[in-house]
Design a protein around this ligand. Sequence first.
Ligand SMILES: [Zn+2]
Length: 340
Amino acid sequence: MKTQKQERTRPLKTQARRRSTNNSTKRTKGSLEIVTYHAVVSCAPLLKDWCFLTARKFERQMEFLHRIGCDVMPLADAADRLVSGQLTRRTIAITFDDGYMNNITNALPILERYGFPATIFLVSELVGLKTALWPNRILAAIANSERSHIDFRGHTMKMGNVKERIHASRKLQTLVKADSGDDPQAAVEEIERACGTCINPKFSADHDFAVMDASTIRASVAGGLIDFGAHSMTHPILSKVSDRRLKSEIQNSIKSVEELTGVPCRLFAYPNGGPDDFDDRAVGFLRETNVDYAVTTVQAQNKMASDSYRLSRWNVGGESSIAGFATKILCSGFISRISQ
Ligand SMILES: [Zn+2]
């Protein structure tokens, strides 16, 4: 399958306007900055969560990328050029994790305005189910609960006002990540019961938590600006699962993305993506598949010598200011060096 790489390498679709006099571009010749988004929502949610960025903020960030004149390329094309030494200037790849419907309804019209391509990483088992990723089920339970506090596995959290509910939601997400091993579903059901809310609720397509369905994915591929990568079947922490489950999460998600899109899946994003969230087993399994590049959430600049299966990305959360975003992009090399 690897012999098909050249056939699969698509021509460059889009480039932002170039400004040859840009000194900061010259200093970072040949670097690749990959930015990561999650949901792009019309209005900031009442219970703030780092995954939810408003469309207004997203638009300002895209306008900034346009203004500084960097190349914005599809991730696989940019990575091909990075590893073969063909990137000659600052290049950006835009990615979205988890496959939110609002990536298409809210973010795509903005991307189209600037001609920027992007990659969406799908949690393939959620596609078309109308259910939500487990952290969002916790958010929904906390937001909709009529109770004044919640007891969960020896922890009591107040839910008397918005601030307390935001705190409870963050603490519960942390507890579930730490305590529930490879299956957070049971823990989330426990929280939904403790909140007295619906178990595994469904969300309509216009809800902030809604995940894409198959027809939306097909239409997006046909549109030409969006491509898709795999992000596991169920979003477990891969370093915590058995070999068998790990292989299944990786191989089946890749197969599912290929069936949904009709094209080979060259990209994978590790769930959570921190240094402790995946291990050499995952990298080894990925090397046996069609996947050529895997991305983490380790925040750093990518250079020609970067590991293709451990590419770094800059997280852009709901609380990111335009100044913070600009600093990450313009000072990426410096931030990477002092973070090592
Ligand atoms: Zn994710």
